[in-house]
Ligand binder design. Structure first.
Ligand SMILES: [Ca+2]
Ligand SMILES: [Ca+2]
Ligand SMILES: [Ca+2]
Length: 197
């Protein structure tokens, strides 16, 4: 499968070649494969990142550096859309960490995490995985024991959480105990929607 043209001086090769020249680019695909030992298969994969032959992610022996499309402008690239160039083309970034390149709210989150009460759709069905971890995390998983407010001076309060011992699913609403009302020592309850990321 590998077609290597080896010329040595005096055997019909280019004039001036004092030593054997191994043409690593003479493979059947016609592409520039770079250093010897790189991809020299029949498939022309210029402009793609072929893991098996290029080595580490981001390395492409065919053209230099692989860049990934960042269509939603959140700074994270689409692993399925890439190009090769010595420098970053407009709209491309070096990483391929975006799990949805059609929604700027969806990307690996750094710093303070963001939660959302509405799901998004991006190719597959609805998802709350806004931070591209492949799992969904609820913002408020805690529930309250009952009763939460115990009479006394002052009124005793256990901790904030969902009333009834069950946290709503992502996007679902429920009763959230946020404290105890002064004087009456009754639960201070508000309606709240479960946010997730
Ligand atoms: Ca993006
Ligand atoms: Ca995104
Ligand atoms: Ca997640």
């Amino acid at each position: 499968m590998t077609a290597l043209a080896v010329w040595t001086l005096g055997t019909g090769g280019p004039a001036g070649c004092g030593a054997a020249v191994v043409d690593v680019d003479a493979g059947p695909d016609g592409e520039d494969d770079g250093p010897a030992g790189r991809d020299d298969a029949a498939v022309d994969d210029r402009g793609t990142h072929d893991e098996a032959t290029d080595g580490a992610a981001g390395e492409d022996s065919d053209c230099g550096t692989v860049w990934f499309r960042d269509d939603d402008g959140d700074g994270f690239g689409d692993p399925d859309v890439s190009t090769c160039s010595p420098t970053a083309p407009a709209g491309y970034v070096a990483n391929d960490d975006d799990c949805c390149d059609a929604n700027g709210d969806v990307h690996p989150q750094t710093g303070a995490p963001r939660y959302f009460v509405l799901s998004y759709e991006c190719g597959a069905g609805p998802s709350f995985d806004y931070d591209c971890t492949r799992t969904v995390e609820q913002e408020s998983p805690s529930v309250t024991p009952a009763p939460d407010c115990t009479l006394g001076t002052p009124c005793g309060f256990n901790h904030a959480g969902w009333e009834g011992g069950t946290a709503p699913e992502c996007g679902g609403a429920g009763r959230w105990v946020q404290g105890c009302v002064a004087l009456t020592c009754l639960e201070d309850v508000v309606t709240r929607t479960q946010a997730c990321r």
